[in-house]
Design a protein around this ligand. Structure first.
Ligand code: ADP
Ligand code: ASP
Ligand code: MG
Length: 409
C-alpha cells in the first residue's frame, strides 16, 4: 500500500463535470488500496476574478484581506470534492490550509511555508479517509490566513508530500507533462520523460508556470519525486528527479518565456558608491523581487541604471523610483511593461560555448531586438518586446534542434 499525494490544478476542477472526473481518478487510486491526500486549486479563473473584484474597490487592497478573499477559491473546490467523494460512498474529509497545519511566514500574498505538522492529515488517513486539502493557503503563527503566490497549490502539494513522506507526488494538469517549451504556443514542443530538479528550477523561475518554483525547491530539498501528468488521460507524464548520469545531457533542453516582466530605467544617475543600493533597497523593502540589472556608464560621471521587476509590481516600483530619482538626482525614470523574457535552459551549457552567440543570431534573423541579457551557468535570458514572444520561442526552439519532427503543425 502506497501513500500518494495528487494535486489537481484549476482547469482540472473547472466545473462540476471536471470535479466528478477527478473524483473518479481519486477513487481508482483508493480502490487500488493506496492512501490518498488530494490537494486542489480553485476552479480556473476564480482567483483572477476575486483579484479583479477587490481591484474594483481599490487598486491597493490590503494584502491580509486579499488573502482571506483569495483563499475562498480553494475552500470551494475542496468542499465540493469531499461532497462528491462522499456521495460516491468514499470516506472523505476536506481541510483548509490551517486545519492541515500549514504554517507560513507572515508575508501576505507571497507567504512561504515554514512547517507542516502532519498530525491531522495522518490521523484522518488512519481512519480511512481520503484527505482533501486546500492548496495555495496556510496560516501564519498569529493565525492570519496567508496565500503562497500564484500557482502556489503545487508548493502545497509537494510540501505535504514531504511532510507525510508520500511515495509519490502527482501533479495533474491540462498538459501531458513538461515540454521543451510551452506546448500551447510551440506546437513542435517535445514532451520530456524526465527532467532534473536543477533544470526545472531554472525553467520555473523563468516563467514555465507548469510548476511553481518553490514546489521544485521543496522537492529537491526533501527528495520528493514529482510526476507531472494530464488529468484528462492515463499517459505517463514527466518525472522530476535529481540529475543522474544516464540523463541525456542536452546542451539546451528547453525554451522558456515570461510575460510577467517590466523594465525600469533611471537615466543620468550620478556615478558614485551607494547608488545601486539607493535605487534597489527601497524596492527590496517593498517585497519586490528584482531580476535582471544593467548599468551603463555615460560621459560626465553619469550612469543609466536599468532593472526588471514582475509586471504585477510595476506600478508600485515606478512610484518608488520616482521618489528615489528626486533624492539621488537622476534626470528621469522610464518604464516599459510591454516586454517579455525569453530564455534557453540546459545543464549541458556548462561544458559548451557558443550557445549565447547562437541564440542572438537566431533572434537577429527574425529582426527581434534584444533589450537586456542575463546569463547563469545553465541558462541565457534576453528581454525583448512582448509582441515577439511567441515568434522568439518558436525560432529558438527550431534553432536549438528541439522541434519534434513527428509533429507537422
Ligand atoms: P494548473 O492550473 O494545472 O496548475 P497551470 O496553468 O498553472 O496549470 O500550468 C500548466 C500550463 O503551463 C500549461 O497549460 C502550459 O501552457 C504552461 N507551460 C508553460 N511552459 C510549459 C512547459 N515547458 N511544459 C508544459 N507546460 C508549460
Ligand atoms: N488558485 C491559485 C492561482 O490561481 C493557486 C493555484 O492554482 O495553484 O494562482
Ligand atoms: Mg498552476
Amino acid at each position: 500500500m502506497a501513500l500518494i499525494v495528487q494535486k489537481y490544478g484549476g482547469t482540472s476542477v473547472r466545473d462540476i463535470d471536471r470535479i466528478r472526473n477527478v473524483a473518479l481518478r481519486i477513487a481508482k487510486t483508493r480502490d487500488r488500496g493506496d492512501d490518498v491526500v488530494v490537494v486542489l486549486s480553485a476552479m480556473s479563473g476564480v482567483t483572477d476574478r476575486l483579484l479583479q473584484t477587490a481591484g474594483e474597490i481599490t487598486d491597493r487592497p490590503e494584502k491580509r484581506e486579499l488573502d482571506v478573499l483569495l483563499a475562498t477559491g480553494e475552500q470551494t473546490t475542496v468542499a465540493l470534492m469531499a461532497i462528491t467523494l462522499s456521495s460516491m460512498g468514499y470516506k472523505a474529509r476536506s481541510l483548509l490550509g490551517y486545519q492541515a497545519e500549514i504554517l507560513t511566514d507572515g508575508m501576505s500574498t507571497k507567504a512561504r511555508i515554514r512547517d507542516i505538522g502532519s498530525g491531522r492529515i495522518r490521523s484522518l488517513l488512519d481512519e480511512g479517509h481520503i484527505v482533501v486539502v486546500a492548496g495555495f493557503q496556510g496560516a501564519d503563527s498569529e493565525g492570519n490566513i496567508t496565500t503562497l503566490g500564484r500557482g502556489g497549490s503545487d508548493t502545497s502539494a509537494v510540501a505535504i508530500a514531504a511532510a507525510v513522506k508520500a511515495d509519490e507526488c502527482e501533479i495533474y494538469t491540462d498538459v501531458d507533462g513538461i515540454y521543451t517549451a510551452d506546448p500551447n504556443i510551440c506546437s513542435k514542443a517535445k514532451k520530456l520523460d524526465r527532467i532534473s530538479y536543477d533544470e526545472m528550477l531554472e525553467m520555473a523561475s523563468l516563467g514555465a508556470k507548469v510548476l511553481q518554483i518553490r514546489s521544485v525547491e521543496f522537492a529537491r530539498k526533501y527528495n520528493v519525486v514529482i510526476h507531472v501528468r494530464s488529468s484528462f488521460n492515463d499517459e505517463k507524464g514527466t518525472i522530476v528527479v535529481h540529475e543522474d548520469s544516464n540523463m541525456e545531457k542536452m546542451i539546451v533542453s528547453g525554451v522558456t518565456h515570461s510575460k510577467d516582466v517590466a523594465r525600469i530605467t533611471l537615466l543620468k544617475v550620478p556615478d558614485q558608491p551607494g547608488i545601486a543600493t539607493g535605487i534597489l533597497s527601497p524596492i527590496a523593502d517593498a517585497g519586490i523581487q528584482v531580476d535582471i540589472i544593467i548599468q551603463n556608464t555615460r560621459a560626465g560621471n553619469m550612469t543609466d541604471f536599468t532593472f526588471t521587476v514582475p509586471r504585477t509590481d510595476y506600478a508600485a516600483a515606478m512610484e518608488i523610483e520616482n521618489k528615489v530619482a528626486k533624492e539621488i538626482g537622476a534626470s528621469e525614470v522610464r518604464g516599459d511593461d510591454m516586454v517579455a523574457k525569453i530564455s534557453v535552459v540546459g545543464v549541458g551549457m556548462r561544458s559548451h560555448s557558443g550557445v549565447a552567440a547562437k541564440m542572438f543570431a537566431a533572434l537577429a534573423t527574425e529582426n527581434i531586438n534584444i533589450r537586456m541579457i542575463s546569463t547563469s551557468e545553465i541558462r541565457i535570458s534576453c528581454v525583448i518586446e512582448e509582441k515577439y514572444t511567441e515568434l522568439a520561442v518558436r525560432t529558438l526552439h527550431t534553432a536549438f534542434g528541439l522541434d519534434d519532427e513527428n509533429k507537422t503543425v
